[in-house]
Write a protein that binds this ligand. Sequence first.
Ligand SMILES: [Fe+2]
Length: 452
Amino acid sequence: MGAQTNVPRTADPLVRTQANGANRRDRLSALTRFARSGSLAVRANAPGNEEKWMSAKDSYVRTIKAAFERSTFGDWQKEEDVRVYEDFAVEDVLALDLAPWPRLGANACFLNLYPLMEGVRSMYVAEIPPGKALEPERHLYEKLVFILEGQGTTEVWQEGESQKHVFEWGRGTVFAPPLNTWHRMYNLSSKPAKLLCATSAPQMMNGFRDADFIFNCPFSFRGRFNGEESFFTQHNERFLTSALQSALSVWETNLINDAFTAELDADLTKAEAGGLTVFEMAGNALVGHISEWPVGRYHKAHFHRADAVLLGLRSEGYVLLWPSELGGHPYENGYSDEVVEVRWGFGSIYAPPGGWYHQHFNTGKEPARHIAMRSGSRIGPGFSPLSREHGDPNWIPTLASVSQGGTLINFEDEDPEIRRRYQEALKLNRVKCQMPEASYERGAAKAWNAPR
Ligand SMILES: [Fe+2]
């Protein structure tokens, strides 16, 4: 846990030796359901004849680490002999100790967040010393690069071509080298440059099971990048996914100059008065979104498969995570110990495990902004199974309430303890709660979503 420096404040590990009354029955019944589905170890009649249950959290961590250990990507990572940080979250990615990664020719650290170890995503942070460059690289996995600090340039070229495409980057720049292109990053400043990368390397390596193929395939994906001059500039083409109020704005651009200040489109799906813009880059299945929401407000809880990683850009707060099998009212139903709480601020990275509700809270004095890196491209779904989402733009399960067959909990349906705790946290920070009272009234979500 927290194998490196920063251990986020999470709920205490749970190994119950005593439980009583209705809570005990509820717990046992829920844990038995987990055991049947194979996702939670239940150990009864432990030595000393005490009943012991392993928490959903501890069971999840143990089983996902075991699966990762057996994967091709896990083996490759060991062979690369790079420093690894392991936990649910990283409280401050800029504070991590880095160590040499020969392939990159720089100091780096893999971020093995447990949800990422489910096999679809990998992340690392790397530092380019002043005036130096990373080694050139190409690979058959997609990569999103976020510049945490520093200034420099990137060269991109296709196999066998001498013409190099060069573009500049600075703090907050986001870009994606097109699939399997050669690319090389240079730090042109007198200070270190730090970058954060999210990749689809686990998917590709676990699929092909041959790292040589991943790094030494000469194929050029001309359909994705064919030397277009304006490829690596910020474009401003945005479109809506549907005509409904649940429409998401999608921004097609191969580069975002500054994610800290990028203009966002109104989004009212998860936070009242929020903004959210999806970005799609370089024809990738690995896309993302930038989301912002006001002071004194929080998002609706929802769940999906493991995939998205989030980086805090502005303000501070916390994220609640709990297995959806425990239902939408974890506190009311006696599972408060099963809720993982992760603190976040600028530089925090967190990822929700597959099938776990997660809910983002802003307790800071300024609008909260974060950037998510995830799959879910409307253009190229990649290795994801095709679903109604791809054929019916009006159906996005994370935007439909649980009662409609989706995976979102509307404020009116949420556990009242969630709101109470939030108000308490705001009081401590001397921030006024701005959640509209009407959001919690029965029928509020239906009224909001109705055509007007
Ligand atoms: Fe999510």
